[in-house]
Design a protein around this ligand. Sequence first.
Ligand code: ADP
Ligand code: MG
Length: 705
Amino acid sequence: MSEIDNDTYNRGAIEFSTPVQFLKGVGPARAEVFAGLGVHTAENLLDYFPRDWVFVPPPVKIVQLKAGEEATVIGLVESTDYQSFRRPPLFEVMLADDTDVCRIVWFHGGYLRNQIQPGQAILASGKVNLYKHQLQLTNPKFIIVDKDSPNPGEAISGAVYPAAASLTSARIKQIIRPVLEKIDTLVCEIYDKSFLKKNGLVSRMDAYRWIHQPPDEEKLAQAKRRLKYDEFFLMQLGLALRRYRNRHCCGSVKIRTGEEIDRRIRKRFPFLLTEDQESVIKEITADMCGDEPMNRLLQGDVGSGKTVVALYAALLAVANKKQATIMAPTEILASQHFLSIERYLKDSDVKRLLITGGLSGKKRKEVLEQIKSGQIDIVVGTVALLQKDIEFERLGLVIIDEQHKFGVEQRWQLRKEASPHCLVMTATPIPRTLAMTVFGDLDVSVIRHCPPGRGEVITRLVDAADRPKAYEFIRQRLVAKRQAYFVYPRITADASPSAELAAATDEWKRLSKKIFPEFSVELLHGQMPLEKKQKIMTDFRKGKIDVLVSTVVIEVGIDVPNATIMVIENAERFGLAQLHQLRGRIGRGQAKSYCLLFAALDKSGDNETASSRLDCLNRTNDGFEIAEFDLRLRGPGEIFSTRQHGLPDLKIANIIDDYELLVLARRDAFAMVETDPMLVKAEHKNIRRVLVARFGDSLGLVDIA
Ligand code: ADP
Ligand code: MG
């Protein structure tokens, strides 16, 4: 890459930074259209990839035409004839070159009468066939060409750009041509020969040339592969560097373990740990006892036993006289965590504390003082509260639950000052593709299997007509002392005309008065005061409440094994991952559980995906399978934007379709950082330059450059 030329922009000297407006064929008006497409400079233009590519074979002489082949010919129009009496009507052209004459027909070609006239030269490309012993082209693509044009085939073949307003695809092709002519001076190779060979990659210059002007499909495929690889590689390199920096920028809080500590912690759990829990605890222990701060993502479906693992880690920190904090996205989840920790830590000396938003004034000051002076071992609260103004005396471990809910940015905020170990937990299974990108700088642990003795969960999409039957079915379970959740997409009905969504408040009245008057039916939603929420949760846990009517506040964290029924209304309004989360609230005990989905499905396109989502839930309980399916259904862009996560946007690569290339690039990038963590080796000079140009300081790379 060349430096910005501070002199006037000379049309002959195109550089990466040359504004598109200074390219031939672009004035202020087109420059504005380009700006709307995100194209400001020559470099942007090179990265403005075609959306499609058309291949027409090189022109041949008419005498060379053979029936059955695809061919392109150029010739003079001798005559035209519109035969409207034919069925279908057709437009006929006799085309001649210096070797022969052939017939071209376009069915329904009446509109061509105004376009094609005798005496013109045209280029036509299509399938050659035999008609009454004569060779002819049927419905070919065509363009009218300038008789002296040096390369008339070019206009019809090659790249097709996403066009806008006055910027047609053909125009963009013209504008980019001089830039491509300079490609060897603009683009530099970033890998050495052996690397290219090993990965079967063409040069970066060829890749850019061929993506815009592909000589054939084979070369186009090579160009795509190279450019996709580069996008993945640079992204992964950024992640690998970020990971390296996180591990090496600061020393870790020293943690040690031993048989005695391990035994004392395990004594807290009234069950044997599952195989998955054991292996994750092993990984976490190894991390925490290492020289580098832990930076690990723990994934496990709802109910898989993550809390136990988190508590193990927290107690390991506490055993080393360090403090631990557990952060949840909401107060209700924080208090859930606190409650389950309380259960395990009954009669223990470990000082634990729940910080709530309600805490204020003198009491709050006191509590903060206790944390600061190190009197509290484990602090539980929301991310918002804990990130605000709380100081620890000797923080050794930060556990963040449900990370995806508050974005990765906050993670870095938290981590900046931090040498404590960090464990991020999520109950939303992250598809492998996202685990490698958005979370690609973390080490990943997975709990795949739930603790034993869980009852089966049966999921059914219930027809509106069968609603009374469903209520009856639920009644029988309630009579048998089971409990049920009813979940609604919103709290209260609003006045909007599309207000066909059931609302929790209204439905709560209906259910408690009309449907289940003999049972205790309570309402729970996010806007209630915390104390009230907690009281209802506790009563539900104790079995004093039979039916809990709620919004998605119960999505995560609630653990009531006796609740075996989950009714979800307007299920078409919920995302797949969310539905799966909700369903995870049941099936926590040994009894069989039932998830009943009601959905307003008609035949519209929207509902097609809604119903395939619901089918997926019917089909499987495997959170990872569901997450992968969800990603496919919605496309990666819907779920996450790379830019939002401090990663550059992917322009040509797709994490789902190009998964194998992603794996390859990730392996190579991490290996490179392993051998040259600062990218200071001479052969990595260009890579580092490109990396800094792409990422800016979003990955903290500038300071290593
Ligand atoms: P998660 O946080 O992943 O949703 P939890 O840690 O809350 O899961 O565990 C869910 C339920 O399983 C809890 O009731 C917990 O007591 C129980 N549990 C966890 N680990 C085990 C185990 N190894 N054996 C039996 N029950 C377990
Ligand atoms: Mg949990």
